[in-house]
Design a protein around this ligand. Structure first.
Ligand code: GLU
Length: 586
């Protein structure tokens, strides 16, 4: 015991000496490249790569790989994500969908037992929740198509952090404590993240040589090392026969080596909408993020917020979000399996019809509308059918994930959200490789009929909403956040705060978040109930969820008219984010 404590202390002092003594700063303005992430080490990795001449895509992968080490409960190579990229030379936006897919053994009954949905938490902490990870394939596509460096270069900073270790923060320790029961189920997870079955205390050092080894194998062998080599075998074994601690049980999954070898990322056209002269580029299906943000913005566009009392404006924002969520919950799912009425949902005429449903008082729950009548977006719409009254079907959705954003001196921009789904994913650390496997399959609806039921090879509907906004054909800002289905409202509210309430991006990000997802009560953050703002909204009939919780951890870039760029991260939430620029400006 003594020896290991000593060794730990020694390594810690080495790490502290190696990290420059810069305080984390949530806002930075400058020229050249810029980055905002929630982790200081990740932002520094991106800077290292930019300073070595890498572009925004290289730097985004470097930052993401480092987040996989320092924020392993939110993201990593055991999961998947969505990357939106603005390519300066071509002046176009593309997206890389590397969402996890259901193994080929999946059926719509995957989460039913005796005809009843499996308990959500039991489903989460299991091999059966694990989808085929997409992250490494996504990074490979990003680097080979749009990057300038290989895995060896961009993974180097993350390997160094995994080898040397990182200091456990308050948040890390708190999240571990919240997940103790899940982590106790699995022997390799307990060994890595618990000490005598309990959460590691803040200030302790965690090294992850196994994750460094996984990264080294990918650096040496490329994408195949992950999808076909010993790492693939270790993933399949961990899913099908979870590495349980003595006396514990969990539902196994059924994943095959072929499921991994056949995994493909998708290069998709971005979802483009317009808002008050901005072009908003977001993620298309299977993420509901882009479409839901766009529908709500289209609804909001019909209001003039100038001079409107703040509470009335925020009431309108909440109701627009509610209406968009009703459609999201009813219609959206993997486009390779379901013909979702996206053109209708995005149509300005449909938004005009939805807008008429906003009254003076909060509606609480609304039915989905009938976007099919607007599928062709004709200037004279088809006569709307009677609304189908498809109920919103709120399915438990847990939250967390990470979002990062990077730009480079040539004007390329990345907005990237990636995840392992719940905090700590399925809870299963892959033996010998030190990364957590996702529980993304619990993003499916457990029972149907519903467009988002599980099916073999299908991608569960996501809420991730990495966004890039253009004005006059040039990048204006980026925004994205973690937070499960609150991702959509965080992105929407930040855009609304920034463009409609006129807040600079840092204020837009730090304002209290209100998340209305067509429920009986709006999600809010600690400190909000009883505030003047809350009371003013209560006059419009809004009700608040009983247990306020911090919502999201957003990161943004703003491209200023004078040619500088401002990186903006959280000033209060999630232990403060890290914004860095290549050359400091004013
Ligand atoms: N699984 C979630 C989604 O794809 C993201 C993870 C989270 O933040 O909850 O929407």
């Amino acid at each position: 015991m003594k020896a290991s404590a000593l060794a730990c202390g020694l390594t810690l002092s080495i790490v502290l000496a190696a990290v420059p003594a810069t305080a984390k700063t949530p806002v930075a303005t400058g020229t050249g490249g810029a980055v905002a992430t929630i982790s200081e080490q990740a932002s520094q990795s991106a800077m290292t790569i930019l300073n070595q001449g890498g572009n925004a895509i290289d730097a985004a992968v470097a930052a993401a790989a480092t987040l996989g080490v320092t924020d392993p409960f939110s993201c990593g190579i055991g999961g998947g994500g969505f990357m939106v990229i603005y390519l300066a030379k071509d002046k176009r936006v593309i997206t890389i969908d590397h969402r996890e897919t259901a193994p080929s053994s999946f059926t719509p009954h995957a989460f039913l037992e005796n005809g009843k949905p499996v308990d959500f938490e039991t489903a989460v902490a299991s091999g059966a929740a694990v989808g085929v990870p997409g992250t490494v394939r996504g990074w490979h596509e990003a680097l080979t198509r749009y990057g300038s460096m290989d895995f060896k270069r961009v993974l180097a900073p993350a390997i160094s952090v995994a080898d040397k270790g990182y200091k456990v923060t308050e948040i890390f320790s708190h999240l571990t404590a919240e997940n103790e029961r899940k982590f106790q189920l699995y022997a390799p997870t307990s060994a890595l993240y618990l000490r005598n079955g309990k959460a590691v205390q803040p200030g302790a050092l965690i090294r992850n040589p196994d994750m460094a080894k996984a990264y080294r194998e990918i650096a040496a062998g490329g994408v195949k090392a992950f999808y076909e080599g010993p790492i693939a075998r270790a993933i399949v074994d961990a899913v099908n026969k979870p590495p349980l601690a003595p006396g514990k049980t969990a539902r196994p999954g059924r994943m095959s080596m072929a499921d991994l070898a056949n995994y493909e990322a998708r290069i998709r056209q971005p979802l483009r909408s317009t808002y008050r002269g901005y072009e908003i580029y977001g993620m298309p299906l299977p993420s509901s993020g882009g479409a839901t943000v766009a529908e709500a913005l289209n609804i909001l566009e019909g209001f003039d917020f100038k001079g409107m009392p703040r509470a009335q404006a925020e009431h309108t924002y909440l109701e627009a979000s509610r209406l968009a969520f009703a459609d999201r919950n009813a219609y959206l799912a993997d486009p390779e399996y379901v013909d979702a009425p996206i053109a209708g949902i995005l149509s300005k005429e449909y938004a005009a019809q939805r807008r008429t449903l906003i009254g003076k008082q909060a509606a609480h729950t609304v039915s989905a509308g009938d976007p099919y009548a607007y599928q062709n977006d004709q200037s004279v719409p088809l006569r709307p059918r009677r609304a189908t009254h498809v109920p919103g079907r709120p399915q438990p959705e847990s939250a967390h994930t990470t979002h990062l954003t990077v730009s480079d001196k040539d004007g390329n921009v990345v907005s990237y959200t990636f995840t392992i789904e719940s905090w700590g994913g399925s809870g299963i650390v892959v033996p010998g490789y030190g990364f957590l496997l996702n529980n993304e399959m619990t993003d499916f609806d457990f029972s149907g009929p519903h467009p988002n039921v599980p099916e073999a090879g299908k991608r569960p509907r996501s809420s991730m909403a990495p966004t890039i906004a253009l004005k006059d054909g040039k990048p204006a800002f980026t925004i994205g956040s973690p937070g499960g289905s609150t991702i959509i409202t965080t992105v929407l509210q930040t855009i609304f705060n920034h463009l409609d309430l006129g807040m600079p991006m840092d204020q837009a990000l730090n304002a209290p978040r209100l998340s209305e997802r067509n429920g009986e009560a709006t999600s809010i953050e600690p400190g909000f109930p009883g505030s003047k703002q809350a009371r003013a909204l209560e006059a419009y009939g809004h009700r608040w969820e009983a247990a306020p919780e911090e919502i999201g951890a957003a990161n943004a870039l703003v491209f200023n008219p004078d040619g500088t760029v401002t990186a903006v991260s959280e000033a209060k939430r999630h232990g403060i984010g890290a914004a860095l620029v290549q050359r400091k400006g004013h």
